[in-house]
Design a protein around this ligand. Structure first.
Ligand code: ZN
Length: 399
């Protein structure tokens, strides 16, 4: 059987008083999801998180969904982000996420996004080609105020702290070694040097001078975080013998899928936002399913809407997903799996530990008639760990 895995980011939630104590998924009118639940089997997935994390995160949860134990395979967020914007990585590279931010003379943060600057191309150009102690610094634009940074050279380590304090009014953080090794101390030292040099270049950049004249915030500091070190990960094809394709708008998800060797199915207007081209995404699944054994479709906006506390928006967006599901409803010999990577609770405005509902259509049915957190509790799948999901899916697809 072919397999379609749809991950609706941050799908699970808790009851919302304003939605008559229903969750956004429960409150949403979803005839197509309910059809799949009614004619499929349901359950709950317990998301993965490291002991040192308070809540599950998207990157590690996706690895777990794909059956890659994060304890073995997790490379650090920066690696997936830079791969997501199509930067090529070499073994031993250290990768970080970057925000263009605004700081004052004392390096105190005025804005972590430099007034949500968009056109950073000329700034990035001025930062290219910097080399410090035989380590090259490669930087590339991501969307908006974001960028990716790679350190390429010998004896590097990703065991370094973030420069981004995640708050305004405080000083940017010095990069520190997070372990007592020569490599970590060296990496922290040269990254601090680079950030200092970048700050000087950006302070004097004509674009920033223009921005100040116009009353806009200058993008005069690189706020870095999420260091990770690249190494090869065994591909999905090698691990499972499945030819896999993916459709995603967000850089992180593209990066994870690429690092697992999945092939991108491009969809115009897939942007990871509530305005994403859902219709195009589902049509692309239908159009491409014969070329692949496995298609991963990622839908992001549910998570962001919940992080904004926008339960109505989350509910409406779930309804929009449901409306666009139609093209895949009558595919033959295909297993459809729909779940989330973790729950995102609108009332808390953040990821939360609640289990995530799941439905699997194409391998029998159970008594569940609706796709919701509550209804799925009674499903035949029971409650499974995220890491046990892929083996389960493969088994169901065999029969
Ligand atoms: Zn997520």
């Amino acid at each position: 059987m072919k397999i379609i895995l749809i991950v609706i980011d941050g799908l699970g939630d808790t009851p919302i008083p304003q939605l008559k104590n229903k969750t956004p998924l429960e409150a949403a009118n979803t005839p197509n999801l309910d059809f799949l639940a009614k004619n499929g089997i349901c359950g709950q997935v317990g998301p993965f998180w490291f002991k040192w994390q308070k809540y599950p995160r998207s990157d590690t949860c996706h690895l777990a969904i794909f059956g890659y134990n994060p304890k073995v395979y997790y490379l650090g967020r920066g690696v997936y982000e830079v791969r997501g914007i199509n930067m090529k990585l070499k073994k031993g590279d250290v990768a970080l996420r970057v925000n263009f931010g605004t700081v004052d003379k004392n390096l105190r943060i005025i804005d972590r996004r430099a007034g949500r600057i968009e056109k950073t191309q000329s700034l990035i150009k001025s930062l290219q080609g910097i080399e410090i102690e035989r380590v090259k610094f490669l930087i590339k634009k991501s969307y908006g105020h974001r960028a990716g940074l790679i350190l390429r050279g010998r004896d590097l380590s990703a065991k370094i702290s973030d420069g981004d304090p995640h708050r305004i009014g405080v000083k940017v953080k010095k990069i520190l070694a997070r372990e007592k090794t020569k490599e970590a101390e060296f990496t922290a030292k040269i990254l601090n040097k680079f950030l200092e040099r970048a700050h000087q270049i950006l302070e004097n950049h004509p674009l920033n001078k223009k921005r100040i004249k116009k009353g806009l915030l200058p993008a005069n500091y690189l706020l870095v975080r999420g260091a990770g070190m690249f190494k090869e990960t065994i591909s999905f094809k090698k691990k499972y013998g499945l030819k896999a394709g993916f459709i995603a708008g967000g850089a992180l998800y593209k990066g994870i899928a690429r690092i697992l060797g999945m092939k991108e199915i491009k969809v115009k207007g897939a942007n990871g936002l509530p305005t994403t081209n859902l219709k195009g995404k589902f049509l692309a699944v239908k159009k491409n399913i014969q070329k692949f054994d496995f298609i991963f479709l990622h839908i992001k906006a549910t998570d962001n809407l919940a992080e904004d506390g926008n339960f109505q928006g989350k509910k409406d967006f779930i309804e929009k997903i449901d409306k666009n599901l139609k093209p895949i409803l009558n595919l033959k010999n295909t297993l459809i799996v729909i779940t989330g990577d973790h729950s995102t609770c609108c009332t808390l405005k953040r990821h939360c530990r609640e289990p995530v509902p799941i439905l699997i259509y194409g391998a029998g049915s159970d008594s569940v008639k609706q796709f919701s957190e509550k209804a799925c509790q009674r499903g035949k799948l029971g409650k499974i760990k995220q890491l046990d999901l892929m083996p389960k899916i493969l088994k169901l697809a065999e029969n």
